[in-house]
Design a protein around this ligand. Structure first.
Ligand code: ADP
Length: 670
């Protein structure tokens, strides 16, 4: 019957059936009129008229009912065709009957309308039955096609990484399964202003990737769908009132279709739309089918986005590891597979394919230098069983010495079983070499320091003897010879010089002995130390009329003799570099695990540029007229405090006074 579809659908199936119905209703009236005219009996007229009229009304009703029936519109033409066949068959039989030799109608005005009407109604019945069956078969076939299409697209989505390919395939499958002329995937731009026809089937050549559709609700089916957050079905675009058909649909004579959203409603990616040039009804299953395909697309788009993100992160990580010269690795503990990057493979001189694809941990253990192999393995074991973290250094065996540092973190499941360990590997050979060089340098420095100390000690010790001789002979000259005034004066200078030299040599001797001759550090009560110093300096204090004020002083960890020297030097200086009636404050302040002890005076102060220098050996900040000294006292204090692991510094304003402070570790017994 396919051959009559086109002419019938051009005229319209309903129009043909309706026209046939109207014809018989008119004929029934005409037949009644003729019946009355020829004087037939009323009952006969009634019966004949009734048969023709009822047939006519049945046909009219059929034409009216057709759009509301569940028969697919595609088969409406078939029903009209069947009516015409019924009509034609009956008419043909009547003609044959009329043409036979003894034929001829006794009453053609009764037989022809009745029989052709019944033929048409019969055709209508057969047509309806046939079309219903066809509709059902078509529906079943479509369902199967749709399921097949969804299954195929789901698989295709997993296999392809080309989104456009998937979009095209989806459009093709949807159009095929629904027997539609067009299908399209619209991509909503980031500003939500326009929808681009990204892929599709059926559309005019060259518009995919070019044509756009407005995203304003009233301007297109797609935009209306986006605004309403659910699939939109259009049966006839010509009578559509919710939105106007966009140019794209109008220029392709689209009349019906389904639009569904791709992606989440609150953040849609675009629209999947299928359209046909015929007016068409779509079932709920059809809508679900299109939505299923849209969901497959949404999943694939989301996955592609995540994969893209992952690729970007990987690229960033690669750049970071390359810039930091580190490699990364993961050890699947349960499967015992270690996978690493190319850096690791290069470092371990292993095949990069094996390392990137994964190898058992033993393959990596084999690369460790035998001296460190056991220790490294037990550190890894400890990380897994106890700490959860690994940081270890070892040499690789073979070739030039390569030191590597491995850092890792263990991942456990909910029951606390180790599942994975991942971390970094770095080539620390250079650092190790530097450390070794540094260690060697420190050792050399210590040795040279020791030699210097020995030299300073020996020199100052040995110098004492000739100096003593000079002093003794100067005294002999003084006692035995009667010198004139000038001679006496010269002798005084010589004695004074020898005396200063002796003090300097003494200072130097003390200085060189700070490290070697010091006592072990022990808890020391600074109050007692200060009392001793006060006693030692009693004469100086009295002579200078000095006052020493102290706050309670703490116990510290130190060498009592050396700390006595420190206090003595600082107090002596404080008195010496003050004008009249010196006042000195000794205070202590806690600083975490340390104490800061300060000796503050109100004396002549020190120029800022000299505040660093005065801690150096023989460096004096004032002329001899302002104070007597050798310039070794503060250097000695600094050396002692450094031996105690502390620090010493000065804060001073010329003319205002100075505060010397030193930091010492608190005594552990406090
Ligand atoms: P000196 O034997 O000359 O006192 P020090 O090493 O003890 O040697 O001191 C070095 C220099 O620091 C001194 O010459 C002096 O100029 C300066 N100085 C030290 N203590 C004070 C102070 N309390 N007030 C001002 N100047 C000081």
């Amino acid at each position: 019957m396919v051959h009559w579809r086109r002419p019938v659908s051009t005229i319209g199936a309903r129009r043909i059936i309706g026209a046939l119905g109207a014809l018989y209703v008119a004929l029934s009236v005409l037949r009644a009129f003729i019946g009355f005219n020829i004087g037939a009996s009323t009952s006969r007229i009634f019966l004949i008229t009734l048969v023709i009229a009822v047939s006519g009304f049945l046909l009219l009703y059929g034409a009216y009912w057709l759009p509301q029936s569940d028969i697919n519109t595609k088969f409406h033409a078939d029903i009209a065709g069947w009516c015409l066949v019924g009509f034609g068959t009956m008419a043909g039989l009547l003609i044959l009957f009329h043409l036979q030799p003894e034929g001829g109608f006794s009453e053609p005005l009764t037989g022809i309308p009745i029989l052709t009407a019944l033929g048409s109604v019969g055709g209508l019945g057969v047509g309806v039955y046939d079309s219903q069956a066809k509709t059902q078969t078509r529906q079943l076939k479509q369902r199967a096609n749709q399921q097949e299409a969804v299954a195929y697209l789901g698989q295709f989505a997993l296999e392809t990484d080309d989104l456009d390919d998937l979009m095209y395939e989806s459009a093709r499958e949807v159009a095929d399964a629904l027997d539609n002329d067009y299908c399209k995937v619209l991509d909503l731009d980031s500003e939500n202003e326009e929808l681009l026809l990204r892929q599709g089937v059926g559309w005019k050549k060259g518009i995919a990737g070019e044509a756009t559709v407005s995203s304003i609700e009233a301007d297109s089916q797609a935009a209306y769908t986006l605004a309403n957050n659910h699939p939109i079905v259009v049966e006839d675009l010509e009578t559509e009132t919710r939105f106007s058909g966009p140019d794209l649909l109008r220029s392709h004579d689209v009349r019906s279709g389904i639009s569904t959203i791709i992606g989440p409603f609150d953040e849609p990616w675009g629209i999947l739309g299928t359209h046909d040039t015929d007016r068409q009804e779509f079932t709920e299953e059809d809508v679900n089918f299109v939505q299923s395909v849209a969901n497959i697309l949404a999943d694939a788009i989301e996955r592609a986005g995540k994969e893209q993100q992952l690729r970007e992160r990987q690229a960033q990580l690669d750049m970071a590891t390359e810039a930091a010269s580190i490699g990364i690795w993961t050890w699947d503990i349960q499967k015992n597979v270690v996978t690493g990057d190319e850096y690791l493979a290069e470092l371990y001189e292993m095949n990069p394919v094996i390392v990137t694809e994964g190898a058992p941990i033993e393959a990596f253990y084999d690369q460790i230098h035998e001296d460190e192999a056991e220790e490294t393995k037990s550190e890894i074991k400890r990380a897994i069983e106890e700490t959860g973290e690994l940081k270890t250094e070892f040499r690789l065996k073979d070739g030039a010495i390569t030191w590597v540092e491995i850092r890792g973190e263990v991942e456990y499941d909910v029951s606390g079983n180790p599942i994975r360990m991942h971390g970094t590997v770095a080539d620390i050979t250079e650092r190790k070499e530097r450390e070794q060089q540094l260690e060697q340098l420190v050792a050399e420095l210590e040795e040279s320091n020791e030699r210097l100390e020995q030299f300073a000690y020996a020199a100052s010790h040995d110098l004492q003897e000739p100096l003593r001789m000079v002093s003794s002979y100067l005294q002999l000259i003084d006692s035995r010879y009667d010198l004139n005034e000038e001679g006496e004066e010269f002798l005084e200078f010589a004695v004074d010089g020898a005396e200063r030299m002796r003090s300097m040599i003494d200072g130097l001797l003390q200085y060189s002995r700070v490290e070697t001759q010091g006592d072990p550090l022990e808890p020391v009560d600074l109050e007692c130390i200060l009392d001793d110093v006060r006693d030692n300096l009693q004469v100086t204090i009295e002579e200078n009329n000095a006052t020493i004020e102290t706050e309670p002083l703490p116990r510290v960890q130190g060498d009592p003799d050396q700390l006595r020297q420190v206090f003595q030097n600082l107090l002596d200086n404080a008195i010496e570099y003050s004008d009249v009636q010196p006042t000195v404050h000794v205070t202590a302040e806690r600083n975490g695990t340390d104490w800061i002890v300060s000796v503050e005076d109100e004396g002549i102060g020190i120029n800022p540029e000299q505040q660093e220098q005065i801690f150096e050996v023989f460096q004096r900040g004032h002329s001899r007229s302002e104070g007597n000294g050798t310039g070794i006292g503060l250097a000695l204090c600094e050396r002692i405090i450094e031996r105690h692991g502390g620090d010493i510094w000065v804060e001073s304003e010329p003319g205002e006074g100075s505060t010397f402070s030193f930091l010492l570790p608190a005594s552990s017994s406090q």
